[in-house]
Ligand binder design. Structure first.
Ligand code: ADP
Length: 475
C-alpha cells in the first residue's frame, strides 16, 4: 500500500528552477507540500501542448472518450480514501464531507461519460425545397478552467469531465490553497489512459497564469468558479478574444421559512446547509427570512443546536466543521461579527472551537440581525447564522431579490400555489423547495444576475463546452 507521502511525490510536478509556494493545512498550519509557481511561459507551453492534443482527442469517438472517463471514475473509487484525506489536509473539511465530495466528483465523471455520447445534432424541416438543414455539435477546442478552494475536487471534475466528453482539452488553474486535490485527480486521469496533454494543471500565482488563460487566442472557452469580482474581471479579460465563458460566481441565497412551514423540518434543513463546509459554499443559505410567527421557536431550536456544531481538525470524527481556509477568511469572519455587533446584533449561541493554531472559527448564532449588516448584504462564507423576520410573502420576495446575486434560494412551505408564486418571482437560478441540499450532477447548477452565466452539470453542462454548427445542404 502506497503511503500518502509517496503518492504526493508522484503527483507534485517538478519544481525546476521556478519559485515555489507552500500548500498549508488550515487546521495545523503545517506545510503539506511545496509546489512550483508556474510562470506565464509554462502556461503558454501548456496551451500549445493542449492544442496539439486537441486535434487527436477531438477525433476519438464519443464512446472512446466515455470509456476513458469511466476508467477515470474507477480510479476515483479505488483512491477515494486518499483523495478525501488530501482534501481534509489542504482544505480542512471534515473527512465525512470530503468522502462525500469524492462521490459527488465521481458523479460528474459518470454523468458526462454518459452524456457525451448523446451530443446529438438535429435535422430542421427546411422552408426551401432546394435546401436540407441540419446541425452538429462540435467541441470548443482548448478550454481554460479556473477553480476555487471550497470544493477542490468537485469543481475540477464538474468542468473537466464535460470538457473531455465534448472532445475539448483543458488547461486548469486550481486555487492556490488547494492545488493537490486537482493534481491528484489529473494524475488518476492519466493513469486511466486519458492522454497526458489533454489535461494540464498549472499551480501558483493567478496574476502570472491568469492573463495567459484569459488572453491566449487559442483558448476558446473559460469555465470559472469563484468570486463575483474576480469573475467580472475575467469576463472583461476574455472579451478581447471573445471566449465562451461559463461563470459560476458568488451567491447570497435567501432561505425563506413561510408562515405555513413545518418549522422543525425547515430549521434542520437550514442547519445542514448553513454549516456544511463551515459555511464556505456559494449556494449556502445566507439571508435567513423567517415568518414572524416562527421567529421565537426557530431561535429556540437554533440556540439548542448551534452549541453542538463543533469546529475542529477535519481528521477528528468529532468535528462537525473544519477551519476556515486561510487567515483572510478568518479575518473577514471576525470583521463581519464586529460589524453585526456594532449595528445591534449579539451572539446568543456559539459552537466550540479549538485553541491555538489553525484558522478555526466557531459557529455562531446572532440575534437582531438587520438588513444593514454585512452578514446580510455580503456572501458570508463562514459559519455565522442569524434570522430576519418578515410579515408577508411579498415582503419576503422583495427582500430576497434585493441583491445583485441570484444563484440559489430555499423555500419552506407545504403549499403548492405558494411555492409556484415564489418560484415565479424569486430571481434565482436554483430553488430548493422543502429541500436544502440540492446540487446533483444531473441537474443544472448556475445563477442569474451577477451570480453567473451558463449552467454546470446536466446536459446544459456539456453544451458549455460545445458549439452548434449549422449545415445547409443544397440538393
Ligand atoms: P476567493 O476569493 O474565494 O479565493 P477568487 O475568485 O479570488 O475567490 O478565486 C477563485 C479562483 O480564481 C482561484 O483559482 C484564484 O486563483 C483564481 N483567480 C483569482 N484572481 C484571478 C485572476 N486575476 N486571473 C485568473 N484567476 C484568478
Amino acid at each position: 500500500m502506497m503511503t500518502m507521502k509517496d503518492w504526493l511525490k508522484q503527483i507534485i510536478p517538478p519544481v525546476g528552477n521556478r519559485a515555489t509556494f507552500d500548500d498549508v493545512n488550515p487546521a495545523t498550519l503545517e506545510v503539506i507540500a511545496t509546489l512550483p509557481k508556474h510562470t506565464a511561459k509554462d502556461a503558454e507551453a501548456a496551451v500549445v501542448a493542449a492544442e496539439r492534443c486537441f486535434h487527436t482527442w477531438s477525433e476519438t469517438t464519443a464512446q472512446q472518450r466515455a470509456e476513458l472517463l469511466n476508467k477515470w471514475g474507477d480510479k476515483l473509487v479505488e483512491h477515494k480514501e486518499k483523495l478525501a484525506e488530501i482534501m481534509v489536509l489542504e482544505q480542512g473539511k471534515p473527512l465525512a464531507e470530503a468522502r462525500a465530495e469524492v462521490d459527488y466528483s465521481l458523479s460528474f465523471i459518470r454523468w458526462f461519460a454518459a452524456e457525451g455520447v448523446r451530443a446529438e445534432g438535429r435535422v430542421i424541416p427546411s422552408p426551401k425545397p432546394e435546401l436540407r438543414l441540419m446541425t452538429r455539435k462540435m467541441p470548443l477546442g482548448v478550454v481554460a478552467v479556473i477553480t476555487p478552494w471550497n470544493f477542490p475536487a468537485a469543481m475540477i471534475t464538474r468542468k473537466m469531465a464535460p470538457a473531455l466528453a465534448a472532445g475539448c482539452t483543458v488547461v486548469a488553474k486550481p486555487a492556490e490553497d488547494t492545488p493537490l486535490t486537482a493534481l491528484a485527480l489529473v494524475h488518476l486521469a492519466k493513469e486511466a489512459g486519458i492522454p497526458a496533454d489533454a489535461l494540464h494543471i498549472l499551480t501558483g500565482d493567478a496574476k502570472e497564469i491568469g492573463p495567459v488563460l484569459t488572453g491566449h487566442p487559442h483558448i476558446r472557452g473559460l469555465s470559472f468558479t469563484g468570486s463575483t469580482p474576480t469573475g467580472k474581471r475575467l469576463l472583461v479579460e476574455c472579451a478581447a478574444t471573445v471566449k465562451k465563458c461559463g461563470m459560476e460566481l458568488g451567491g447570497n441565497a435567501p432561505f425563506i421559512i413561510c408562515e405555513d412551514a413545518d418549522i422543525d423540518k425547515a430549521v434542520s434543513g437550514l442547519l445542514a446547509a448553513r454549516f456544511r463546509n463551515a459555511g464556505q459554499a456559494c449556494n449556502a443559505p445566507n439571508r435567513i427570512l423567517v415568518h414572524e410567527k416562527h421567529i421565537k421557536r426557530a431561535m429556540e431550536i437554533l440556540k439548542e443546536k448551534v452549541p453542538g456544531v463543533r469546529a475542529g481538525n477535519g481528521m477528528d470524527a468529532a468535528s462537525n466543521i473544519g477551519p476556515l481556509i486561510n487567515k483572510p477568511a478568518r479575518d473577514k469572519y471576525l470583521a463581519m461579527l464586529d460589524d453585526a455587533k456594532a449595528k445591534g446584533a449579539s451572539i446568543v449561541a456559539s459552537g466550540g472551537s479549538p485553541e491555538g493554531t489553525g484558522h478555526f472559527a466557531p459557529a455562531v448564532l446572532l440575534s437582531h440581525v438587520s438588513t444593514e449588516m454585512r452578514v446580510w448584504k455580503e456572501e458570508i462564507f463562514a459559519p455565522i447564522l442569524g434570522l430576519v423576520p418578515f410579515a408577508t410573502d411579498e415582503q419576503a420576495i422583495d427582500l430576497a431579490n434585493a441583491t445583485e446575486a441570484g444563484l440559489a434560494a430555499y423555500l419552506y412551505t407545504p403549499s403548492i400555489p405558494r411555492a409556484w408564486k415564489f418560484a415565479e418571482h424569486l430571481e434565482t437560478g436554483m430553488l430548493g423547495i422543502n429541500a436544502s441540499l440540492i446540487s446533483q450532477a444531473c441537474a443544472p447548477f448556475g445563477g442569474v444576475k451577477c451570480s453567473g452565466l451558463g449552467r454546470e452539470g446536466s446536459h446544459e453542462g456539456l453544451d458549455e463546452f460545445m458549439e452548434t454548427q449549422y449545415l445547409a445542404w443544397g440538393v
